[in-house]
Design a protein around this ligand. Structure first.
Ligand code: AGP
Length: 614
C-alpha cells in the first residue's frame, strides 16, 4: 500500500507533490520519490528512507521549476527498500516516469520479454517493467494515454499506475485495477491521489474511478476511458472529511480502517502465488526444494497475535504435510533448550520484523544450524534480513497498535507455506492444493460479507459496556481465534478476557461461569461433526450455568440457535480457513467496545506497536 500523487496546473508541481506525499506518508515510508516534467526532460529524485530524505535531497539539489509532476511513498513489496527500487521508475530512454501501487502478477514474464529485446532494467521491481513497456509504446508513436491503455491490457494483478512523459508537459495519465486512485478536480489544475488526503488541501471536488479505467488529466480537462480506449465515466463527489479523517479513509481509528482493509490485504497477499501451470510459487523463499524436502519438523516462534497465527498454522501444516509442527512463544523458545537440527525449519512470524524476543530466538536457531523462514509484513526489516527465507505478507503499513490485517495476512502466509511444503513433499496432490487456493481466493469477499454486518456487531458490543470479564471459547482452529479475540479485548478495552479450548472448560475454568457472564463461542463448521457436536455441548454447559452466550456460527447452522443468546453469522468456509472469517467479528467487537468506553483504540495504554526490547 503506497502513497501516490499526481499534479498538473499553475502551481509549482514540486510543492504540491511533496505536500501530498507528506499527507500520505502513513501509507508507506520505505522511500519517497518525485518526477517533474521540465523543458522537455524528466527531472527526478528518489532516495530511500522517509520523506525527509527526499526533502533534504531536493534542498541540496533542487529540481527545475515545473507544473507537471508525480510522486510516491513506498511500502516495499517486490525488492528491498533502497534507492534503486524506489519510485518513480523511468523507461530506458528516461522519457517516461511512472509510480505504482499494487502488485503486477505477470511482471516476471514481461521482464524477460523486455530483457530479451535488449532492455536493461536497474531494479528488482515490477514497476520498472511497466515503465519500459509504456515508454516503448511512446517510442512507437503512441501518445501517453494510448500507451497506458495498451500496457494495462497486458498486465495481470492489482495496480494503480501514474505516469508522465517528458514530451507531454501538460499531461498526467493514470490507470487502476483493484487498487485505489482518485482525481482531485481544481480550477485550472487537477490532481491524482491514492486517496483524497493527497489533494484535500487544494480541492474537495473528487472523481472516483472505476475498475480497469485510464484517466488523463491536464490543467483544464479530465477524460476517462476503459483500458480499451472506449470513453467512460468516473463518479464525482464532494469530500467532506477533514485531513485527519482522510488519512483514516473516513474511519475514526486507523484500526477500524485496517479492519476494513482486510479483504484487499488478504487478496494482495494471495496475488502472484500460483504460476501459469497452477504450481504454487513463493518467490521470496530462498530455500531450495531439496532443502525443504529434507525438513522433518517445523517449529513456529512468535509473540502475541503472531503467536496465535502460528497456532492456527499448526493445524494446517500438520494436516497438509503430516510433519510435526510445534508452536512456541519466542520469549520461551531459547530458554527451554529446544531440540533443533539441520532438518528443522524454524518459522518466525512477525508483522514488524523487529520484535526482540523473536529476533533473539531466530539467532539461537541459526546457531543450531536450523533453517529459518520469516513471515513478515515489513520488507527489509531485521528478522527477514537475518533469515534464510521469507514470505512477505502484503497488508501494507499497520498503524493501529492492535494487529488486525497483519494477523489475517499472516494466516494467509502460513496457509501458503503449508501448501507449498505439501507440494514439495508430495503429501498433497496438485488438485487438492489448487482446491484450497480456490477456497482462499473466495475469502476476501467472505470477509467483506462479515464487515457488511458491522453495525449488528457494534450493537452487541455496546451491550457489554461495563462487563468486568469476558470469556472466549473455541475448538481446533477456533481455539487460537478465541485466544486472539481475548487479546484484542484486553489490549483495547482493558477488560479481563480469557480464551479457552472449549474442551478444557470442565477441567477448571467452568468454575468461572456465573449469571450473565459474556462468553463468546466460535462454533466450528458442521463439516467436522465430532468437532461441532462437542462445541455445542460446551456451549450448553456454560449456558446452563448462567453464561450469556454470544455465538459465532456459520450461515444455516440452526443447531446452535437454542443455545445462543446472541448469534453472529459467519460465511461457510472450510474448517481450517474459518479463522480468516471468525476473527473479524471479534476485532470489530473489541474495537467498538473500547470506543464506547472512550479509550484510544489506535494507541492503547502501556503498548507499543513493535516491542524491540526483550
Ligand atoms: C497484537 O495486537 C499486539 N500488538 C502484539 O501482541 C503483537 O502481535 C506482538 O508484539 C508481535 O509483534 P510482531 O508481529 O511485530 O512481531
Amino acid at each position: 500500500m503506497c502513497g501516490i500523487v499526481g499534479y498538473v496546473g499553475a502551481r509549482q508541481a514540486q510543492d504540491v507533490v511533496v505536500d501530498g506525499l507528506r499527507r500520505l506518508e502513513y501509507r508507506g515510508y520505505d522511500s519517497a520519490g518525485i518526477a517533474l516534467v521540465a523543458d522537455g526532460r524528466m527531472a527526478s529524485d528518489k532516495p530511500a528512507g522517509k520523506l525527509a530524505n527526499l526533502e533534504k535531497a531536493l534542498e541540496e539539489s533542487p529540481l527545475p521549476p515545473s507544473h507537471t509532476g508525480i510522486g510516491h511513498t513506498r511500502w516495499a513489496t517486490h525488492g528491498a527498500p533502497n534507492d534503486a527500487n524506489a519510485h518513480p521508475h523511468l523507461g530506458g530512454g528516461k522519457r517516461l516516469a511512472i509510480v505504482h501501487n499494487g502488485i503486477i502478477e505477470n511482471f516476471a514474464e514481461l521482464r524477460t520479454e523486455l530483457e530479451t529485446a535488449g532492455h536493461t532494467l536497474l531494479s528488482e521491481t515490477d514497476t520498472e517493467v511497466a515503465a519500459h513497456l509504456v515508454e516503448r509504446e511512446l517510442d512507437g508513436g503512441a501518445d501517453l494515454t494510448t500507451a497506458m491503455q495498451a500496457v494495462c491490457r497486458r498486465l495481470a494483478g492489482a495496480f494503480t499506475l501514474v505516469a508522465v512523459d517528458a514530451r507531454a508537459p501538460d499531461l498526467v495519465v493514470a490507470a487502476r485495477r483493484n487498487s485505489p486512485l482518485v482525481v482531485g478536480l481544481g480550477e485550472g489544475e487537477n490532481f491524482l491521489g491514492s486517496d483524497v488526503a493527497a489533494f484535500i488541501e487544494y480541492t474537495r471536488e473528487a472523481l472516483e474511478l472505476g475498475q480497469d479505467q485510464v484517466v488523463t488529466i491536464s490543467r483544464d480537462e479530465v477524460t476517462v476511458t476503459g483500458f480499451d480506449g472506449v470513453p467512460a465515466e468516473g463518479t464525482q463527489y464532494h469530500v467532506d472529511w477533514d485531513l485527519s479523517a482522510a488519512e483514516k479513509d473516513g474511519h475514526d481509528w486507523f484500526m477500524r480502517k485496517e479492519i476494513h482493509e482486510q479483504p484487499s490485504a488478504v487478496a494482495d497477499s494471495l496475488l502472484g502465488r500460483r504460476a501459469a501451470d497452477g504450481q504454487l510459487q513463493l518467490d521470496e523463499v530462498r530455500l531450495s526444494d531439496q532443502d525443504l524436502r529434507e525438513i522433518d519438523k517445523v517449529i513456529i516462534i512468535a509473540c502475541g497475535t503472531s503467536f496465535y497465527a502460528g497456532l492456527v498454522a499448526k493445524y494446517a501444516i500438520e494436516h497438509w504435510t503430516r510433519m510435526p509442527c510445534e508452536v512456541e512463544l519466542s520469549s520461551e523458545f531459547r530458554y527451554r533448550d529446544p531440540i533443533l537440527t539441520q532438518s528443522t525449519l524454524v518459522v518466525a512470524i512477525s508483522q514488524s520484523g523487529e520484535t526482540a524476543d523473536t529476533l533473539q530466538a531466530i539467532r539461537h536457531a541459526r546457531v543450531q544450524r536450523s533453517k529459518v523462514l520469516a513471515i513478515c509484513n515489513t520488507n527489509g526489516s531485521t528478522i527477514p534480513r537475518e533469515s534464510d527465507a521469507v514470505i512477505y505478507t502484503h497488508a501494507g503499513p499497520e498503524i493501529g497498535v492492535a494487529s488486525t490485517k497483519g494477523f489475517l495476512t499472516q494466516l494467509v502466509a502460513c496457509y501458503l507455506l503449508g501448501l507449498y511444503l505439501a507440494q514439495i513433499k508430495g503429501t498433497r496432490f496438485g488438485d487438492e492444493i489448487n482446491e484450497v487456493m480456490d477456497q482462499l481466493d473466495q475469502i476476501p469477499d467472505q470477509i467483506q460479507s462479515v464487515l457488511d454486518r458491522e453495525e449488528e456487531i457494534y450493537a452487541i458490543a455496546g451491550q457489554q459496556v461495563g462487563a468486568k470479564s469476558v470469556l472466549f471459547l473455541g475448538r481446533h482452529a477456533g481455539y487460537p481465534v478465541a485466544l486472539e479475540g481475548a487479546l484484542k479485548l484486553k489490549e483495547l478495552a482493558y477488560i479481563h478476557a480469557e480464551g479457552f479450548a472449549a474442551g478444557e472448560l470442565k477441567h477448571g475454568p467452568i468454575a468461572l461461569i456465573e449469571e450473565g457472564l459474556p462468553v463468546l463461542c466460535v462454533v466450528p463448521p458442521r463439516g467436522r461433526d465430532q468437532l461441532h457436536a462437542k462445541m455445542l455441548s460446551g456451549i450448553q454447559e456454560v449456558r446452563a450455568r448462567g453464561a450469556h452466550t454470544i455465538c459465532l456460527a456459520e450461515e444455516n447452522d440452526d443447531t446452535i440457535t437454542p443455545y445462543a443468546d446472541v448469534l453472529i453469522r459467519l460465511p461457510q468456509v472450510p474448517t481450517l480457513l474459518q479463522p480468516l472469517v471468525a476473527t473479524v467479528p471479534l476485532q470489530l467487537f473489541a474495537c467498538e467496545l473500547a470506543t464506547q468506553m472512550g479509550h484510544d483504540v489506535d494507541q492503547p495504554r502501556n503498548l507499543a506497536k513493535s516491542v524491540t526490547v526483550e
